[in-house]
Design a protein around this ligand. Structure first.
Ligand SMILES: Nc1ncnc2c1ncn2[C@@H]1O[C@H](COP(=O)(O)OP(=O)(O)O)[C@@H](O)[C@H]1O
Ligand SMILES: [Mg+2]
Length: 265
C-alpha cells in the first residue's frame, strides 16, 4: 500500500488576535509581520542555547507565511479547563518564565530590531527580551504541566519584572472578578501572586514594585491597545471591550491594593 500524507490546514484560535494561524502537520503557519525577523532571531537564539520551551523557526512557506514547529501538547482555550486554575500549574508557569529569562539573558538583539511592542523605558532599563504575553492561551501543557511558551509576537526588550507582572495580569489574575474566566473567578489572587513570585524566584527588593508596575502597565496597555484598535484588524474587533476590562482591572487593583501588596512579602 502506498502511504499518502495529506497535510490539511487546520485553523487555530487562541488569543483571537492573529488571523490565518493554521496547523499543517507538525508545523504552524502564521502571517509574516514587520516584527517577524526580530522574533525569528530570538527563537533561533533560544534554539542555539537548547531552550526547549519555545517553538522552532523552520522558515517561510511558498505563501509567504512563517513556519514554526508545532509544540506537542495542549494550549488552553476559553472557557479555560479546570487544571489551569491549580496552584501547581501556577508554580509551573512561574518556573517556566524564569527558565525562559535565564535562557534569553545572554541574547543581544541586533540594534533596531523591529519589535512589535512599544519599547518605552516606562518599565525601566531593558534587561531581557521579554515574552510580554504569557496568557493561558500562549502556554503549552503536557500532562497538565506547562512546558512551553508560544506566540512571541509581543516580545521586546524589557525588564524581568515587567514580564512577571504581565504574566500575573493573566495568572493572578489581576482582573475584576466579573472579567475572569470561570476557573479563576473565586481564587485568592493575593496568595496566587505570592505563589507565582516564589516559584519564579522574584527577588524581595523587586516585590514592592509589582503592583506599581501593574499600574503603569495598565495605563500603557490601554494606550497601546487603543492605538492598535484604530489601525483595524483583530485589535479593532476586541475594542472597546478590552479597554473597559483594563479600566475595571485598574479599579479592582486600587480597591484591593493593600491586601494584595501585603501578600507579596
Ligand atoms: N507552535 C505552536 N505549537 C502548538 N500550538 C500552537 C503553536 N502556535 C499556535 N498554537 C495554537 O494556536 C493558537 C493561536 O496561535 P497564536 O500564535 O497564539 O496566535 P494569536 O494568539 O495571535 O491568535 C494558540 O493559542 C495555540 O492553541
Ligand atoms: Mg496567542
Amino acid at each position: 500500500m502506498v502511504g499518502v500524507v495529506v497535510n490539511f490546514e487546520v485553523p487555530l484560535f487562541g488569543g483571537g488576535v492573529s488571523e490565518g494561524v493554521v496547523r499543517v502537520g507538525e508545523t504552524v503557519r502564521r502571517p509574516l509581520r514587520a516584527h517577524s525577523p526580530a522574533v525569528h532571531e530570538l527563537l533561533r537564539y533560544l534554539e542555539s542555547v537548547g531552550f526547549d520551551g519555545a517553538p522552532r523557526v523552520l522558515g517561510v512557506d511558498g505563501r509567504g507565511r512563517e513556519v514554526l514547529s508545532w509544540v506537542p501538547g495542549e494550549a488552553p482555550r476559553v472557557p479555560l479547563p479546570p487544571y489551569v486554575g491549580s496552584e501547581e500549574v501556577l508554580r509551573g508557569v512561574g518556573r517556566l518564565l524564569r527558565r525562559y529569562h535565564e535562557a534569553v539573558a545572554g541574547y543581544e538583539a541586533p540594534d533596531g530590531a523591529p519589535w512589535d511592542g512599544e519599547t518605552s523605558n516606562l518599565d525601566g532599563e531593558p534587561e531581557v527580551i521579554g515574552h510580554c504575553d504569557v496568557t493561558p492561551e500562549n502556554v503549552v501543557f503536557r500532562g497538565g504541566v506547562p512546558v512551553a511558551l508560544i506566540d512571541f509576537d509581543l516580545a521586546r526588550p524589557t525588564t524581568r519584572l515587567f514580564d512577571v507582572v504581565t504574566a500575573l495580569r493573566h495568572w493572578g489574575p489581576i482582573a475584576d472578578p466579573a472579567d475572569r474566566d470561570a476557573v479563576l473567578y473565586q481564587v485568592d489572587v493575593g496568595r496566587r501572586l505570592r505563589v507565582f513570585c516564589d516559584a519564579y524566584g522574584l527577588e524581595r527588593e523587586l516585590r514592592r514594585d509589582v503592583l506599581p508596575t501593574a499600574q503603569v502597565r495598565f495605563e500603557r496597555s490601554y494606550r497601546v491597545m487603543r492605538a492598535r484598535a484604530e489601525s483595524g484588524g483583530g485589535w479593532a474587533r476586541m475594542w472597546p471591550g478590552s479597554g473597559q476590562r483594563i479600566r475595571r482591572a485598574q479599579d479592582w487593583l486600587e480597591r484591593n491594593w493593600d491586601e494584595l501588596d501585603a501578600c507579596l512579602w
